[in-house]
Design a binder for this molecule. Structure first.
Ligand code: F6P
Length: 365
């Protein structure tokens, strides 16, 4: 087995409950092999300003597995191939600083990088691997949209929080005979909306994979009235869109960010329902609450398993791969396959969508 390695770990993209559990598992698994671990702050920024690298010893990570967020910090603007850099004139421009990242990595005599992230960050990790950095990927995202793994950590926590929120909406919606529209995260996949909507007994679930027709939604809400239910709960995934209409988003967001900022579909749907049915309607956006707080036990365990498995892959020299859940095991998937495998949307003929239809939930189609 390799002796005396120096491994680095960083986080990329939005935080997800379980990042600290991965960090703790990596540090403890490495320590038990007599390896050193260095935490890179704020995604790849810490490899540009190397004062942002901290030695992680067991005392620094004991019992952080239950904490939300990440002790290392993260950013979704930290792509070294397109980094926003502010020059001395105060102007910000996008530059490729990946050579500097590789140079600093080598100068620090690091042997491997464990890159924890979603699709965007794993693509960066793969590009750095092709430039000579030995990389192991760890999948993270509350959206659960990576095709290469059965599950990512953070998703179960987000679904639990969304389900609890929906549970709390039922009594207030019922008291006022209102329609409540709750917008949940998930980007271009409807997993959070689908799983929380079924568990929370929503009446309507809108997901990006099934473009919706507002008249169908309103018919189903009015149909509930005929059955004596004068209120309704609508769960809308932020990436959902009307049939034939464009997606609602908030534009590109901050400079250096690769993706658009989603949001607004809940308000839109609530306005339309109110106008078409005359029912009292309210909307709310659950937003970043879904990423906050402690990971659920499932997410915590998955994160710890991913962290330990990542260290095992280093011991086996399986660089350029990512740990993935393949129940009951964790396996290694080449990063190239992860990137080309694309995103995992909700399968329309899958058991979960069929279950929702069986119990009478409307998808607006
Ligand atoms: O990818 C995770 C996620 O939480 C998405 O569900 C959401 O669209 C996005 O990140 C929000 O990003 P930000 O934290 O930059 O607002």
């Amino acid at each position: 087995m390799a002796k005396g390695l120096k491994i680095a770990i960083n986080m990329g993209g939005g935080d997800a409950p379980g990042l600290n559990a991965v960090t703790e598992a990596v540090v403890l698994s490495a320590f038990n092999r007599n390896w050193e671990v260095y935490g890179i702050k704020n995604s790849y920024e810490g490899l540009l300003d190397t004062d942002e690298i901290i030695r992680l010893t067991p005392e620094k990570v004991w019992h952080i597995s239950s904490l939300g967020g990440t002790i290392l910090g993260t950013t979704n603007k930290g792509n070294p191939f397109a980094m926003p850099i502010t020059n001395i004139a105060g102007e910000t421009e996008i530059r490729d600083v990946s050579d500097k990242v590789v140079e600093n990595f080598k100068r620090l005599r690091l042997d491997c990088l464990i890159a924890v992230g979603g699709d965007g960050s794993l693509k960066i990790a793969y590009d750095l691997y092709k430039k000579g950095i030995p990389v192991i990927g760890v999948p993270k995202t509350i959206d659960n949209d990576l095709a290469a793994t059965v599950a990512t950590f953070g998703f179960d926590t987000a679904v639990s929080i969304a389900t609890e929120a929906i549970d709390r909406l039922h009594p207030t919606a019922k008291s006022h005979d209102r329609v409540m529209v709750v917008e949940v995260m998930g980007r271009h996949a409807g997993w959070i909306a689908l799983n929380s909507g079924i568990s929370g007994e929503a009446d309507v679930i809108l997901i990006p994979e099934i473009p919706f027709d507002l008249d169908r939604i309103c018919d189903s809400i009015m149909g509930l009235e005929l059955q004596g239910q004068r209120y309704a709960i609508v769960v809308a995934a932020e990436g959902a869109s009307p049939k034939g209409g464009g997606r609602i988003d908030k534009g590109k967001g901050e400079m250096g960010r690769q993706d658009v900022v989603l949001g607004g579909i809940g308000d839109f749907v609530a306005r339309e329902i109110s106008a078409r049915t005359g029912k009292d309607t309210r909307s709310l956006v659950l937003g970043h609450l879904q990423r906050g707080g402690s990971p659920t036990t499932f997410d915590r365990l998955l994160s710890i398993r991913f962290g330990a498995a990542a260290v095992r892959l280093i011991a086996e020299d399986k660089f350029g791969s990512m740990v993935a859940l393949d129940p009951p095991n964790i396996k290694a998937v080449p990063l190239e396959e992860v990137i080309s495998g694309g995103l995992k949307g909700v399968p329309l003929e899958g058991d979960t969508v069929r279950t929702a239809r069986d119990v009478g939930i409307c998808f607006g189609d």
